[in-house]
Design a protein around this ligand. Structure first.
Ligand code: GRG
Length: 289
């Protein structure tokens, strides 16, 4: 993990505009939002999925950076006063606190655009149609039928009681869509998989996407602000429906375990090639921050 995290940090720094290039304040804010923090779960998943089909790591670098830029943009916008209104992210003041709201808004916008720019500019597949398909996958995952749609459902559901299927639908979009895209794009950087195998990878990604959110809800209750590097306990304060509020903490932990088992199950046919995907399923569920 450390090796991939360090590699991704270098690649992200290379793919972001230099901080001294005009408009310097915007570029500085973009780099502040992306560099020097975060677990890099989505890039790790892209690399691990790439390994299952012998992907060229130089290609995976690009999709890993693009997905992480979309993720970083979503965090910057999510922290704005008009959304979650938070002051702490990755152990640092949020972008609108460190800079200002307008800069944070633009930094998020520009990170989203930069993600698609690098996906379009760099060679990712021998067949151009596959590369266009990869751009489409990220666009769909980030858009109104993916992450942004999930965020809209989230904002609408504050103070409401959701059913479990409704909560799941929200998180499949808000958190799960980008995690699925990370796995799919990593795999598409390598030799093409038979549809049945690709579907199994996707099944794995769906399971860990949900598990990630279940664990996030548990950690929001159990971990401290210092450990998380973001404000703990906010879900309850804001009256947000979560797996913990719906199921209780013990059942939420069981659900995360079930999803971890399902994720492993989806990978059975992959043998050693999926070693790192298995390890990441464990990491997502057993993590402490
Ligand atoms: C603003 C369009 C838009 C979307 C925001 C992803 C998201 C949607 C908001 C983030 C808020 C949140 C707490 C989501 C739940 C799970 C999640 C994505 C947590 C943050 O991801 P980590 O833990 O963060 O991978 P790091 O900092 O490690 O990269």
């Amino acid at each position: 993990m450390g090796r991939v995290q360090a590699r991704v940090e270098t690649e992200l720094a290379r793919h972001l505009p230099p901080a001294d290039q005009a408009p310097a304040r915007l570029h500085d804010a973009m780099r502040y939002a992306v560099l020097g923090g975060g677990k890099r779960v989505r890039p790790l998943l892209a690399f691990a999925a790439g390994e299952t089909c012998n992907a060229d790591p130089a290609r995976v670098d690009v999709v890993a950076c693009a997905v992480e830029m979309i993720h970083a943009y979503s965090l910057v916008h999510d922290d704005l006063p008009c959304m979650d209104d938070d002051v702490l992210r990755r152990g640092k003041p949020t972008v609108h606190v460190e800079y200002d709201e307008a800069t944070a808004l633009l930094a998020g916008d520009a990170l989203q655009a930069q993600a698609f720019q690098i996906l379009a500019e760099q060679p990712l597949a021998d067949d151009p149609a596959v590369q266009v398909g990869m751009i489409r996958i990220l666009a769909a995952a980030a858009g109104s039928r993916g992450m942004a749609g999930g965020q809209a459902i989230d904002l609408e559901s504050v103070g409401k009681t959701l059913t479990l299927p409704e909560l799941e639908m929200m998180h499949i979009h808000k958190t799960g869509a980008l995690i699925r895209a990370a796995v799919q794009l990593g795999a598409l950087c390598g030799a093409s998989l038979p549809p049945e195998r690709f579907a199994r990878l996707d099944r794995y990604a769906k399971c860990i996407g949900l598990a990630f959110q279940v664990v996030d809800d548990v950690l929001d209750c159990e971990a401290s602000t210092a450990t998380l590097g973001k404000t703990a306990g906010k879900d309850a304060v804001q009256g947000k429906p979560t797996y913990v509020s719906l199921l209780g903490i013990a059942r939420a932990k069981e659900l995360a375990e079930e999803l971890r088992r399902d994720a492993h199950e989806a990978l059975v046919e992959f043998g050693d090639a999926a070693m790192r995907l298995r390890a990441l399923a464990d990491y997502v569920v057993l993590r402490k921050f």
